[in-house]
Design a protein around this ligand. Structure first.
Ligand code: SIN
Length: 319
């Protein structure tokens, strides 16, 4: 699989994002184009990287080159299969993935649900493009490599010196460098000068739903959408989606997963027509707590985008 020397490999997979973005003006941190620079060029541009990885060999591979707002099932399938192959390769110590911040939490969670997790898988990113006066990507990539050398098997997200678990992490800010939070759980570690200081709680593995190597091609994935409860929410969106053949609906409910009476009626109708309905909360912190006689499945531990990943995989597993 690898041509070169016998050192264990740290494999960096590039998927694009702001970390690989370029702007015409160095002081422009928002008017840039994401996914312009190859992951190999990013690594080459970091002074001292060879010393940083010392007794490992760094191998860079470009899996995709996209702005992560355009993340697709095709790229997820390709990425998951490649990471799983690398996980089972005896030559590989760990995998790092460079990714846009916008859908990073979805990809991290998806991977945590389909990988057999023999090794650390560390996603990292940047909030400023590579062309910025003071880009954050190089330090984030170095930190991700540090975590990849020191972590146990699991899926991690590294940004702004913090280590988050794929289960809890969420993008919470559109601009600041420390754009991610693990909410009530907090980060599981901090990277400080090439050392990870782990917090008391470790990464909490969640069971794999479907192995990456058994994922169907993207065209065969079920249709699952997210809808929102809000003031004045009625059943029109649900009815239109059912008409369009949706197989699953995740509802970003208000508070403890509540929905308006009109939306509830439409959802119950959809559910009796065979659509799988899962209730999550649009709150960014805490968890939905089950009440007696819930008419639907509750996403107890996940936000709506992660609940959608679970529903997609569960529909693939048992349609
Ligand atoms: C992206 O998600 O690809 C663009 C935005 C970012 O990486 O911060």
């Amino acid at each position: 699989m690898f041509e070169s020397n016998s050192l264990p490999k740290l494999v960096v997979l590039g998927t694009g994002g702001t970390i690989a973005g370029r702007s015409a003006l160095p002081n422009d941190n928002i008017g840039y184009v994401a996914a312009q620079i190859s992951v190999a060029a990013l690594a080459d541009g970091i002074p001292g990287l060879a010393a940083h990885v010392d007794c490992f060999e760094l191998v860079c591979e470009q899996v995709a080159q996209i702005d992560s707002k355009d993340m697709s099932f095709e790229v997820w399938v390709q990425l998951a299969r490649r990471v799983e192959q690398l996980q089972i390769s005896p030559e590989v110590k760990a995998v790092v993935i460079t990714h846009g911040t916008d859908t990073l939490e979805e990809t991290a969670y998806f991977l945590s649900r389909v990988l057999s997790l023999h090794k650390p898988v560390v996603l990292t990113c940047a909030m400023r493009p590579a062309s910025a006066l003071n880009p954050d990507g190089p330090q984030n990539l170095l930190d991700a490599l540090t975590v990849s050398k020191q972590a146990q098997a699991g899926v991690y997200v590294v940004c702004a010196g913090r280590v988050h678990s794929a289960n809890c992490v969420q993008k919470v800010h559109p601009y600041r460098l420390d754009a991610f939070s693990s909410g009530d759980a907090g980060p599981i570690g901090f990277v400080e000068e090439d050392q990870v200081r782990w917090t008391a709680h470790a990464w909490d593995p969640i069971p794999t739903i479907l192995n990456a190597l058994q994922l169907p091609e993207a065209a065969a994935w079920p249709c699952v959408d997210i809808i929102l409860n809000h003031a004045g929410a009625d059943g029109r969106v649900v009815n239109a989606l059912v008409q369009a053949g949706v197989q699953g609906l995740v509802v970003a409910g208000t508070g403890n997963g509540t929905v308006s009476s009109a939306l509830q009626a439409a959802l119950l109708k959809a559910q009796s027509a065979g659509v799988r309905v899962v209730l999550a909360s649009r709150c960014t912190q805490g968890r939905v707590i089950a009440c007696a006689n819930e008419p639907w499945t509750l996403a107890i531990n996940s936000n709506p985008v992660k609940a959608r990943v679970d529903l997609l995989l569960s529909l693939m597993n048992s349609p």
